[in-house]
Structure formats: C-alpha cells, structure tokens
Design a protein around this ligand. Structure first.
Ligand code: 13P
Ligand code: SF4
Length: 365
C-alpha cells in the first residue's frame, strides 16, 4: 500500500481519475456514502449523501458488498451492523459486507462521552434510588455500538436528530420514564417538546457524585439525561443571534438540536441536517436565514443558494475536524488499498455486540 503522501502530492484530477477507474471496475459492488459534514470534494463524488438517519437506511438497504463511508466511527459501526445481519450474510453465501473509512481516526467526541461500561455504572448508581425497570434507555445514534447494545438489551432504542420525537414518544408510551444518552441538548429539547415538565428533567453529570442530582429530584425525574454534548454545536452564541435579529428583522433562525438550550430557545425552529437544508431550499429568493450547524454544510448552502442571504450564528466557523478527515487523497488511498485486496480502516462490530445493538437500531428502520 502506498503512503498517504503519494496521494497528497497527486493533482485533484489524477485522484478523481484513479477513483473513477476503481469505481468503474467495481460497479455495483462498491458504494461511497458521505455525511453532509464531509468535505465538498468528497460529497461531490459520493453515491449517497445524507443525515445519520438517511445514511443508516441506505446502508441497511444497500446491495453493495463494500461501502466506503465518509463520516465518523459510529456511522460506520451502524452501517456494519445493519449490512451484516445474519440473514444478509447468509444471502451473500456467508460473506460479510465490508465497511471502511478514509481515516480510521475519525470519531465523534460526543459519542465518546459514554460507553457501555459507563452506562452500566450509571445504571448501578441509579438502582440505589429509582426502579430502573420504569426507564427506557434511549441513545442518540452518535454513540458506540456498545452503548447501543446496552440499550438493546433493555428494550431501549436508538434515535437520530430526524426521528427523536417519534422514538421518545413511543418509549414514553411503553414505560413511564426515560434515560437519554449521550446528547443532553437533543434529549432535553425533545422531552420539552413532548410536554415533559422542566422539573421532571434532570442532567446527570458523570463526574459528580450521584450525577450532581439531589436524591429527591432523581426520584421525581421522568427523564434523566446523560450530560454529553457536541463541542462543534457549543460554539453558537446567543449574542450573535440577538445581533442578527436586530440587524435583519426578517431573518428566520434555525439550528441543529445538538445546540445548547439557550440557542434553541432563541431559534424559530430546529432540526436535523436534512431539515436545515429543506428550510434553506424552501426559502424564497432574497430571504434571510441564519443556520446554526457545522460550518462546511452552511458554507455549501451559501454557495448553492446565492439568491438567499444565509447567516451564521457564531463568531467564527465551527468545523467538525473529524468529519473533515475524509479528504480526497484519503478516499483515493482507501479505495486503492481495497482494490489491491488490502482494505484499511475496516470497521467490524463483534457479533455479540452487534446483535443487541441491532435490536435498538430497529427504531431507525
Ligand atoms: P444529522 O443526523 O442531523 O445529520 O446529525 C449528525 C451529526 O453528527 C450532527 O452533529
Ligand atoms: Fe460528533 Fe459534533 Fe462532529 Fe456531529 S458535529 S460528528 S456530534 S463532534
């Protein structure tokens, strides 16, 4: 396998030629999927581009035997779990579909804020104060396969930013209470939207004794949120939104639900990356829309909608460095290695974790 520097020193057209040649040889055996936060040049060549929910569904339905996934680690785990069900492996005569990344180090800092060990320790601590059988555990899709398996073993579910309300309301119809991990912003916004009173929602701060929660408040809580967050969506500022409102009174302001509560409270609406794209697409020429999400996507919206004024509610561009790792040279290198029979950065979830995680992932399909 050639060094990355070989691909990094090649011209963009040489890389595109190489990628084109490999795709032509592979035909339908190979699919390239990219999240909206991937770099422009990668988004431009992907077979499928979407939010977490859409990409999980595409992976589940894909007939490709190899998927180069330009996203972050949890997305590859999800694709691997959904593409490699026992039935689908049997239909491929025992062969697993291969899910691989342009860069093995592309992770999600929020997903890493909890894992199965910490979830088990959380449950152990909660058991001393509450009846945990009354709680359905829900994990945001931005979580490890182990965290998803923890939820699957307890008849819990996975949600994304696009279906959180449905998943949470179904869960509250089954059992009276909810554990939500690891995104406390999305968890809180969803619970509030579904009518859970604020004094029945508590934030479990994992570094503090009993999550920093008063035992009586814990006993009363209907929703206990693991206090994780996305560092990229932390950067939006209430002050900038107020300035936008003052200088552009007709502006509508939308943000991704991973944004902090004070930001969501100031917005006209919030939604998944697909929803934010829809808001911009449906705006009329001349409309002013402020969009609080990862910078590369907002910058792309700006370039694709020159007739609309797209504003950014942060002091400076907030970039997901992990999503930015799927560069063209790394895409070319990963594909070249795969073609030569030495695939790199392969993500394969062990069967005992995948089976339980898959139960929780049913909620996405
Ligand atoms: P979406 O599912 O809305 O695309 O969000 C994924 C993500 O990681 C946002 O930070
Ligand atoms: Fe994770 Fe935030 Fe990056 Fe999304 S934007 S992948 S939540 S760090």
């Amino acid at each position: 396998m050639k060094e990355l520097s070989y691909y990094e020193s090649a011209s963009e057209s040489a890389l595109l030629d190489l990628i084109g040649e490999i795709r032509k040889e592979a035909g339908d055996l190979l699919a390239i999927m990219a999240h909206y936060y991937a770099p422009d040049e990668t988004v431009a060549l992907a077979d499928e581009v979407g939010d977490s929910l859409a990409l999980a569904k595409k992976a589940a339905a894909s007939s490709a035997s190899a998927v180069l996934f330009c996203g972050v680690h949890f997305m590859l785990e999800t694709a691997d779990i959904l593409m490699n069900t026992p039935e689908r492996i049997a239909a491929r005569n025992g062969r697993r579909a291969l899910v691989f990344a342009p860069d093995a180090t592309a992770g999600c800092p929020m997903a890493d804020m909890i894992d199965e060990t910490r979830a088990l320790d959380w449950e152990r601590q909660l058991k001393e104060y509450v009846d945990v059988s009354e709680f359905t555990p829900i994990t945001y899709v931005n979580s490890s396969a182990g965290t998803k398996a923890f939820c699957g073993r307890r008849q819990g579910a996975v949600c994304t930013s696009a279906n959180a309300e449905k998943v949470v309301s179904d869960a509250l119809a089954r059992r009276p209470k909810l554990l939500f991990m690891p995104d406390s912003r999305l968890g809180r916004a969803t619970a509030v939207k579904l009518g859970v009173p604020l004094d029945e929602i508590v934030f479990w701060r994992p570094d503090e004794p009993l999550g920093g929660i008063d035992p009586d408040a814990l006993r009363r809580a209907r929703v206990i949120l693991w206090d994780g967050y996305c560092p990229v969506h932390q950067k939006f500022s209430a002050e900038t939104i107020r300035k936008i409102r003052a200088t552009e009174p007709t502006a509508v302001v939308w943000a991704h639900p991973e944004s902090p509560r004070e930001i969501l409270d100031l917005c006209d609406g919030y939604g998944s990356t697909t929803k934010l794209l829809d808001v911009v697409a449906n705006a009329a020429p001349g409309d002013v829309v402020a969009v609080g999400t990862e910078w590369k996507l907002v910058d792309r919206m700006r370039r694709r909608n020159p007739d609309k004024k797209i504003l950014y509610p942060a002091e400076e561009p907030s970039i997901c460095e992990d999503m930015s790792k799927s560069t063209l040279p790394k895409v070319a290198r990963a594909l070249d290695a795969w073609r030569s029979g030495e695939p790199t950065n392969v993500v394969s979830v062990p069967a005992e974790v995948a089976g339980d995680a898959r139960k929780a992932l049913e909620s996405l399909l």
